[in-house]
Design a protein around this ligand. Sequence first.
Ligand code: ATP
Length: 199
Amino acid sequence: MHLKTLTLRGFKSFASATTLSFEPGVTCVVGPNGSGKSNVVDALAWVMGEQGAKSLRGGKMEDVIFAGTAGRPPLGRAEVALTIDNTDGALPIEYTEVTISRTLFRNGGSEYAINGQGCRLLDIQDLLSDSGLGREMHVIVGQGQLDAVLRATPEERRGFIEEAAGVLKHRKRKEKALRKLDAMQANLTRLGDLTAEIR
Ligand code: ATP
């Protein structure tokens, strides 16, 4: 699995449709300060479901929509599409190429799609969760975060590695199962009380 293309249209400083193509291996994005390098990374996080405006270096989600410049008026929507090569079947879907897309309208409406079919945010999160991509997977390490990793205690560092390795998902499932078990236990206790009353 590797990222093939990322298309931005109306996202932050990318007013016109811009497509970046990635080859397998390492890709470097270079450019002067303020030219939009971090905006590309923000677009990646955003299309994979990021919901926190602060994580996208904005005050509110609407800040991802092109706000206009001296020579160009603001736009009404931001769109990002990410195409992933899935020939190895890492994503649990029967397509060898998967495009996930997200659109946000200035009036607050938003749309998600997988291969052009409208879907819910949850569907995108589910699709990516087993692949190690997606939110909370630490696949995107911001400038400040790198410092945090270097300064982390051994326990914290273990936490980062566990999350990157996909343990987080299993921990969440375990917590959910334990909550269900607790509820079941409460039901059993109640049943025991009722049975005792009937006798
Ligand atoms: P550095 O090397 O300094 O980290 P960079 O190349 O990573 O810079 P970014 O932070 O990606 O640059 O881009 C910042 C630019 O994006 C600024 O010029 C800012 O005005 C512009 N920008 C951010 N949000 C929007 C928006 N909603 N509309 C228009 N421009 C925006």
